[in-house]
Design a protein. Structure first.
Length: 555
């Protein structure tokens, strides 16, 4: 059985397991496509219609309907009749052997997961894997079964995590045994915990198709788990329902190793390493992680406080202490002879320490301030009005006192633009304000710039940022067209030329903007062709948007 197109799995005692290209690979090539051994919607989608409990297929839209979204068949989705109350897309999904086996245990696992602070999605996926192993043990042994050797390493870094699932299992087992002692024989604690660890390390998250990358499902895949991680990956994966496709995004030579990424590549090295260590049990040593500027990305870099030269930055090298198991950052200026690099200078420099503590304060503000919480939307929007001025003043303060000291690609800047783009877009809707809309556009523009600088190769992050940039500009375009039409009406009424209104220049603005929108959608579409291929929902939607904006720009 060939696992990959133009690549092979190699297992060596010294280098471990890795996947290598056996031929030249080009961006857009499909490395493989595989169905998960088992998939499940994430915790917040359980008991909801949105995604099928078995195959994770998207079923209805809670947002506005568009022609690209799949129509649901009458009578579907429906809720399980046998007591678990989960939602299914089809009879095949609801009546399969695996669900027959798991159905009566589901509510117990969900209830006790909550009680023991376990993730219900993981505990249910592990249950499903164990059950599927009963009916398809051969498939299990030939695929994901080969991945279950994580527990011993896992215990070192995540003992408390495993303890919770261990207690959860004990309780479920007790209840099942008291209700039906025969059924309890199909449960084996060792097996269950092995699977939990393996899922935690090897499962892949499926994302929504709405250009916001909302995680929606968890899938347990085999081939995808065979690829090693790099923060400079040469592949990109996407999951549709319960099928994962891995596609090439960079030129790969014959004999070169193939990598994918297990983490959010927009995060700075220290954050990526923390996540990899906690969830995957390793410290990454790729070229991005070992370079203090992250290969010229500068996502953690600070303007040097000693160098007068604007181009010198203080950046961190992330180091892992094997004994204490702690990750730390050691800072230095890119100019070797800089004062800052003199022995111990950086550790004691008060100005520098203040910047670091300001950055920490900023993270706290941007991640936790109620201003940026989505729930805020549901409250009366009119309450925002008196808040706007103080909010804006506060933001300006952050910009001048903290952000101005950081590199323009710094992760803080990205978070700032992400929050403010949405905030100003909301303001523009509430106050019907042209000015807020154009401010929002500036932030979307910066997001696209930073995301492209940081990710570098085709990815959903870049596609999504182009999509949103084009989308808000479309809103702006509508306002411009309205403005023009109003002016024309005015002129007709007055029957005379008002020299302060320049229709020609408005028309020119409209034309240029249309062109920009079309080009931006096109960039997103071309990247979607590489990342997802031709017939995926996002590619189809972007294609339609390119067509639409192209039609109007020729008019
Ligand atoms: Zn289904
Ligand atoms: Zn059921
Ligand atoms: Zn790395
Ligand atoms: Zn310096």
């Amino acid at each position: 059985m060939e696992l990959f197109n133009k690549a092979k799995l190699i297992e060596e005692s010294d280098k471990g397991r890795y996947v290598e290209a056996t031929d030249i690979l080009k961006p857009g090539d499909s490395l493989f496509s595989e169905n998960s051994f088992a998939s499940i919607p994430l915790e917040n989608f359980l008991y909801k219609k949105d995604y099928c409990f078995n195959c994770c297929k998207y079923q209805i839209s809670t947002e506005q309907q568009t022609s690209e979204q799949p129509k649901s068949t009458p009578g579907f989705p429906f809720q399980c009749k046998y007591g678990c109350n989960m939602w299914f897309c089809s009879n095949e999904c609801a009546d399969g052997m695996v669900h027959q086996l798991e159905c009566s245990f589901i509510s117990k696992f969900v209830e006790l997961s909550l009680k023991h602070d376990c993730d219900a999605s993981i505990s249910l996926l592990a249950l499903r894997v164990v059950m599927k192993n009963k009916v398809a043990s051969e498939v299990f042994e030939q695929t994901v079964g080969k991945l279950t050797n994580q527990k011993s390493i896992f215990i070192q870094n995540n003992k408390s995590f495993l303890d919770k699932y261990s207690k959860l299992f004990d309780q479920v087992y007790l209840i099942v045994k008291s209700e039906n002692s025969e059924l309890s024989s199909i449960f084996n604690k060792e097996e269950y915990l092995e699977v939990v660890c393996s899922i935690f390390v090897n499962s892949f998250a499926g994302l929504s198709n709405n250009f916001n990358r909302t995680p929606i499902s968890n899938g347990y895949f085999y081939k995808a788990a065979l690829l090693n991680h790099s923060c400079e990956p040469n592949t990109f994966f996407s999951i549709q329902n319960s099928t994962l496709e891995m596609r090439v995004v960079k030129d790969i030579n014959k004999g070169e190793q193939i990598f994918d990424s297990y983490v959010d590549l927009l995060l700075p090295t220290i954050e990526r390493q923390k996540i990899l260590l906690k969830s995957k049990n390793f410290v990454c040593d790729c070229s991005r992680c070992t370079d203090i500027t992250e290969n010229s990305r500068f996502v953690s870099s600070i303007h040097c406080i000693f160098c007068k030269d604007e181009t010198n930055y203080i950046s961190p090298k992330v180091k892992y202490d094997d004994k204490t198991k702690i990750l730390k950052q050691v800072w230095s200026c890119s100019k070797l002879t800089c004062q800052f690099n003199k022995k111990n200078n950086n550790k004691n420099n008060q100005e520098f320490l203040n910047i670091l503590s300001d950055v920490a304060k900023f993270y706290d503000f941007i991640n936790n301030d109620l201003l940026f919480k989505e729930e805020k939307k549901e409250e009366g929007e009119e309450q925002i009005q008196p808040m706007v001025e103080p909010i804006l003043n506060r933001l300006v303060e952050y910009e001048t006192n903290i952000l101005s000291k950081l590199h323009e690609n710094h992760h803080c800047w990205l978070l700032y633009h992400l929050r403010l783009s949405k905030l100003f877009e909301r303001f523009s809707a509430v106050f019907n304000s042209f000015d807020y809309l154009s401010q929002s556009i500036q932030h979307y523009k910066e997001i696209a710039r930073i995301v492209e600088c940081v990710i570098k190769s085709p990815s959903s992050e870049i596609i999504d940022s182009y999509y949103h940039l084009a989308r808000v500009n479309e809103k702006y375009l509508l306002s411009l067209i309205n403005q023009r039409n109003n002016h024309i009406k005015q002129l007709e009424k007055q029957k005379q030329r008002d020299t302060t209104i320049d229709i020609d220049s408005l028309n020119k603005d409209i034309k240029n903007l249309l062109k920009f929108i079309n080009t931006t959608y096109k960039k997103a579409y071309e990247m979607a062709l590489i990342c997802y291929g031709n017939f995926k929902p996002k590619t189809l939607l972007l294609n339609a948007l390119v067509e639409k904006s192209n039609f109007s720009s020729s008019n």
